[in-house]
Design a protein around this ligand. Structure first.
Ligand SMILES: *Cc1c(COP(=O)(O)O)cnc(C)c1O
Length: 460
């Protein structure tokens, strides 16, 4: 499914908007030739298309605001920083009107350092440390999403000790709707670490979620601002989001009926699926915004409750398609398979340390020869890394020009999310830099690690 080898011009999905093949056959991104990028910054390198990222953030905000305005309520878009957070990226998304969702002290620290105001930051996490809770309270974050009954008291006690005034909290619900990949499934039983189940207790008593909500209301140190649900990641079917919306609004109505407290906000999480391969169809922001808004309006009308303000937390859909990884080709090895065919193993200078997703989830990616067009005849190729694992695969299957050779550049599409953020130093390979490109200018957001960085942690 590669583009015709001689195609010139924009590559289109799954690449970021500025990726094109120039007249001389080399890829360009952000107005820069990838050969120049590789010369200046080395390989492997993550390349982030700033204008593409900003446009995705802006479009998500605008289409959600339009769809929810139509049903008479508002919506905030939080960027889920775990997909990839750096100081520059936090500033870009804040510039585009997004808030920032964090799930650790590290993410919170980077967002605060970038100048994102505390009230525009949320804190998640199923196992927040005392230090993380204290830091979030000191920064007066806009919301802390409580993930267990235990945390209700831990946060309330921390508020009491610090006298910072009531903490704005949400409670994370597990609704039985889990989604990811291409399907969604609804299960009545929860067997996972996140959130509090909305299913009634086995004896017919209150659900864990209701128990926690009542516990929050009993603590004056906490201000219950809303309910939260996140169904999964890389979701390509909006039916799962519609189902979860109805369930969360039903819990909100039940809480109001029991206590008279109608919480003002509902967060529907992130997880909007993107295209990784040319044949993939991403979940269009307009489509998901409209489906979520109409599901919300319908559910609220059925329940007879006014609509809350909503928020969403996309990560991958903002940064994923904006990134690509540039690798340098090393060993090229044709391997005869038992069915008589040949697979060409193309080894690159990175691998599972800069992109764990193929090894972790069997995730599919798309690669092209980047520094030239190459021969018109193609070979069945597998792009592999340099690590000591046979599962160290970058792209399981792709067609590459038959003359692919040592020294070539390969580009892998849609690596902006969960690439650098999940990178490791496996085999003591220093992590690649993140280089932003825009309008013909490149800028290092995160520099390449060096052997000195590795040894700096080693106490001998
Ligand atoms: C991971 C996560 C997100 C973002 O998911 P994406 O697939 O990157 O959009 C949002 N909210 C929560 C609670 C998450 O855990």
């Amino acid at each position: 499914m590669n583009e015709p080898a001689d195609a010139r011009g924009p590559l289109g999905s799954p690449w970021s908007a500025s990726v094109e093949r120039g007249e001389d056959g080399a890829l360009r991104v952000g107005g820069l030739d990838v050969r120049a990028l590789a010369d200046e910054h080395g390989t492997p390198a993550y390349v982030l298309d700033e204008l593409d990222l900003r446009a995705r953030a802006r479009v998500l905000r605008l289409v959600f605001q339009a769809a929810f305005a139509e049903i008479g309520t508002g919506v905030d878009v939080y960027y889920a920083g775990k997909a990839f957070l750096s100081v520059a990226v936090a500033r870009w998304v804040a510039d585009e009107g997004l808030l920032v969702d964090t799930s650790t002290g590290g993410e919170l620290g980077v967002a605060l350092f970038a100048g994102v105001p505390g009230e525009r930051i949320g804190l998640h996490g199923n196992n927040k440390s005392d230090g993380e809770i204290a830091r979030a309270l000191d920064a007066r974050v806009g919301r802390i999403v409580l993930d267990s009954l235990d945390e209700v008291d831990r946060v309330a006690d921390a508020v009491a000790r610090r006298a910072t005034g009531p903490a704005r909290v949400m409670v994370r619900l597990t609704t039985g709707v889990h989604a990811g990949g291409h399907e969604y499934i609804a299960t009545s039983h929860e067997d996972q670490k996140f959130g509090l189940s909305i299913a009634p207790a086995p004896d017919g008593g209150d659900s864990p979620a209701m128990t926690a909500l009542l516990a929050v209301l009993a603590r004056p140190e906490l201000e219950l601002i809303g309910l939260h649900a996140h169904i999964g990641s890389q979701v390509l079917d909006p039916a799962g989001f519609a189902a979860v919306t109805a369930k969360v609004l039903a819990v909100r109505a039940e809480l109001a009926a029991r206590t008279g407290v109608l919480v003002p906000e509902v967060d529907l999480g992130g997880g909007f699926g993107i295209a990784y391969l040319p044949q993939d169809v991403a979940l269009a922001p307009e489509r998901i915004a409209k489906e979520l808004a109409s599901a919300a309006a319908e559910a609220a009308a059925g329940l007879g409750t006014p609509l809350p303000r909503f928020s969403i937390e996309p990560g991958r859909a903002v940064v994923g398609p904006a990134g690509l990884t540039l690798y340098r080709v090393g060993t090229v090895k044709p391997v005869q398979l038992s069915d008589g065919t040949v697979r060409t193993y193309v080894s690159v200078d990175g691998g599972m340390s800069d992109n764990i997703r193929p090894a972790l989830y069997g995730a599919a990616y798309h690669a092209v020869l980047a520094d030239r067009v190459g021969s018109p005849d193609l070979v069945q190729a597998r792009v592999v890394g340099k690590h000591c694992e046979s599962g160290d695969i970058v792209v399981h299957d792709c067609l590459l020009p038959a003359d692919v050779r040592r020294g070539d550049l390969l580009a892998v599409a849609a690596t902006g999310a969960y690439g650098r953020s999940m990178a490791s130093n496996y085999n003591l390979v220093p992590r690649p830099p993140v280089v932003a490109v825009a309008d013909g200018v490149s800028r290092v957001l995160i520099r390449r690690e060096t052997e000195k960085d590795l040894l700096a942690l080693d106490q001998g």
